[in-house]
Design a protein around this ligand. Sequence first.
Ligand SMILES: [Zn+2]
Length: 301
Amino acid sequence: MSVRELVVLGTASQVPTRHRNHNGYLLRWDGEGILFDPGEGTQRQMLRAGVAAHDLNRICVTHFHGDHCLGLAGVIQRINLDQVPHEVTAHYPRSGRRFFERLRYATAYRETVGLTEAPVAADGPLAVTPSYTLEARRLSHPVESYGYRLTEPDGRRMLPGRLAAHGIAGPDVGRLRREGRLGDVTLEDVSEVRRGQRFAFVMDTRLCEGVHALAEGCDLLVIESTFLDEDIGLATDHGHLTAGQAAAVARDAGVRHLVLTHFSQRYSEPEEFERQARAAGYEGELTVAYDLLRVPVPKRR
Ligand SMILES: [Zn+2]
């Protein structure tokens, strides 16, 4: 069975705390690993979470503030040290290319791995694989910031009752699936649409169109909630969201599992983020993230 889960490596904004590392999130999606926003200390957090450099196929950076990218130097060197046998692709806002280059070549090391840079300069798809399409959407933050979204293509689920009613069994089922028709029975007659799963990663941003577009219909949404609602003025000024704002987005988008993260060090009680998210009317599954947490992508409906 394919594994789809989020591994939380760090949950602090701006500065790490005694309990929270800088950001870092690994999404396991079938055989692939996508690392989002590796902040400082990500290499060690990977070790603690049982994530190897070999697990990484893609790195997605939302923007070039340190809490989202200072770990690149260590992670990229580790990928090379371990001689990861497959190619790794990195996405980041093109306007920050000089920062990426500096982090990639921060110190001397032996480059052994093909690391492809595929910078983002506009909304739209970045990669299409059999199990997902990866796309970016512009966010609203003092420096250029992009959120990311994975959409699995819709499939079809065979309906055993209908197959039986048409007397279709054994190898004929596979043939019908491949060819779309068997005699006068079509695939549509004996199956239904199985909606592809959706995941989005929304970091530093104030409310904007991109936030809603990324969140739409997500099975799993990871979204920043740097501030509590009473500090909404600060949030808006600095280009961030509050717990209530993030939860309202998830509520309107029909998100099934909401993961709040990227907390300001000014708050010591995570329960308050949960309380405010519920007060905003979000009724799906809710997780206030902490370091080394694993969150499975919800089972298909
Ligand atoms: Zn940040």
